[in-house]
Write a protein that binds this ligand. Structure first.
Ligand code: PLP
Length: 449
């Protein structure tokens, strides 16, 4: 196809054609600028003020974190490691100060000996880990997608690009946890260099300590890709992967951690410092958005002050939402073990038309979720999976508690069980959302009342 069809686009060609039509209708570049600004404003008005945003990887940032993303320091170039001799450019003394504050804050928050602040995404962190800990051709073990595994640790992501052979970590489809007995049998047969525990559908903790003991026999590493659970880990909830024996932890700063979208990496072993930091610079990042580093540092301080209450409420809300949906006849995974230990709630929506139809239906009533593979799906079903993933980060930061989860479950049940038209539910969703416009668990607004 590619090469023969000169009009090939990976993006939806209709949406691109619409954009071309908008630009063609403009009389000046100034009007083109206005078209961009108008799209931004429409999103802010809709998603920012009128929707119940239940996307599990999304978090609203505090006013200070958002403001820092347009700070002057964001136009400065500061590649390399901290310190005047290490930097390519002169004039970086205040940038050094601020980046060092970020690193030291991250170490404190994650109770880690080492941290790096330069990852522009958790994906870059995965690549840094595979670059540092593996050679092409090595065997790793990783969790398959129907159990929540993320592409970054599989063949079509950084692990695949590194040329690794990837074997599944056995997973129990009912308990939604690693099948440790089977792992004990399989792992010694393939002796993985790295066992990657990275789930984008994540409900319950991993037996890191037991797995570490098994792979220690051939000096294998446990790598915890805590993209989603990072805020929970910072707050001392979920689990403490470094203390339990993970060699390295990465994660997204913009999921439960609620900072600027980017990545975090922490580790304890001094022998890993050179391989990991050399993989970050000069391999994966050069100018690394110092404004984002400042925002990350502030979100780490917020986590120290508010993390525990904030994250506990996120999990309580997720458990309440899971129970409320289940009671209304919408099957939720993990019901026999309290639904979840994270911000996520996973519904099996096969009987309502499947993940994509349900996500699109809910979006017409301003309830934003995503389709998701679940253990009964095959990996190749990724575009029409049976599950629906929801998360409680944003609704919690807006000040909602367990009671509001009942209301949200009512809206969803009206759409899925009672088959009410989305247009009917829409007005009620907008009205419900209207009073929740202020963000809490930050220095500006403190805790919700
Ligand atoms: C979201 C996610 C990533 C990618 O994180 P980004 O910050 O978006 O780059 C990596 N691993 C897992 C398990 C994820 O869920």
């Amino acid at each position: 196809m590619i090469g023969k069809n000169t009009n090939f686009e990976v993006h939806d060609p209709e949406v691109l054609a619409q954009a071309r039509a908008v630009l063609d209708a403009c009389n000046s570049a100034r009007e083109m600028e206005e078209a961009v600004l108008a799209a931004v404003a429409r999103n802010e008005e809709w998603r920012g003020k009128r929707c119940i945003n239940l996307l599990a990887p999304e978090a609203p940032t505090s006013p200070t974190v958002r403001a820092l993303l347009s700070a002057e320091v964001g136009i400065r170039a500061a590649e390399g490691h901290i310190g005047s001799v290490n930097r390519w450019f002169a004039g970086t003394q205040h940038i050094d100060e601020l980046e060092a504050l970020c690193i030291e804050l991250l170490k404190k928050v994650f109770r880690a000996r080492y941290a790096d602040h330069r990852l522009m995404g958790s994906m870059i962190g995965n690549m840094a880990v595979y670059t540092a800990l593996t050679q092409p051709g090595d065997v790793i073990m990783s969790v398959a997608q129907p159990f929540g595994g993320h592409s970054s640790n599989l063949v079509d992501g950084p692990a695949g690009v590194r040329g690794l052979k990837i074997i599944d970590v056995p997973f129990d489809p009912v308990e939604l946890e690693v099948d440790l007995d089977l792992f004990r049998k399989v792992a010694p047969l393939v002796r993985p260099k790295v066992v990657s525990l990275g789930l984008s559908m994540t409900l319950f903790p991993f037996p890191i300590q037991a797995m570490r003991e098994i792979v220690a026999e051939w000096d294998g590493y446990i790598y915890f890709d805590g993209a989603h659970q990072l805020g929970l880990v910072a707050a001392g909830l979920f689990q403490d992967p470094l203390a339990e024996g993970a060699a390295v932890v990465t994660g997204s700063a913009g999921k439960t951690f609620s900072g600027p979208q980017s990545g975090i990496i922490v580790w304890n072993d001094p022998d890993l410092t050179v391989p990991i930091t050399n993989a970050i610079f000069p391999v994966l990042v050069a100018t690394h958005q110092v404004n984002r580093v400042a925002a990350l540092a502030v979100s780490a301080a917020e986590m120290l002050e508010f993390g525990q209450v904030y994250m506990e409420q996120i999990v309580r809300n997720a458990q309440a939402l899971g129970a409320a949906l289940h009671q209304r006849g919408i099957p939720v995974l993990g019901a026999h073990k309290g639904y979840t230990h994270t911000q996520q709630v996973i519904a099996d929506v096969r009987q309502f038309g499947g993940g994509i139809a349900v996500a699109q239906l809910l979006a017409r009533a301003n309830i934003i979720t995503n389709k998701n593979l679940i253990p009964t799906d095959r990996p190749e079903d990724w575009d029409h999976p049976s599950g629906l993933r929801m998360g409680t980060i944003e609704i919690t930061r807006l000040g909602m508690r367990e009671e509001e989860m009942e209301t949200i479950a009512d809206f969803i049940a009206r759409l899925l069980i009672e088959k009410e038209a989305p247009a009917n539910v829409l007005e009620d969703v907008i009205e419900f959302r209207q009073p929740y416009q202020k963000l809490y668990y930050c220095f500006e607004h403190g805790l919700p009342k």
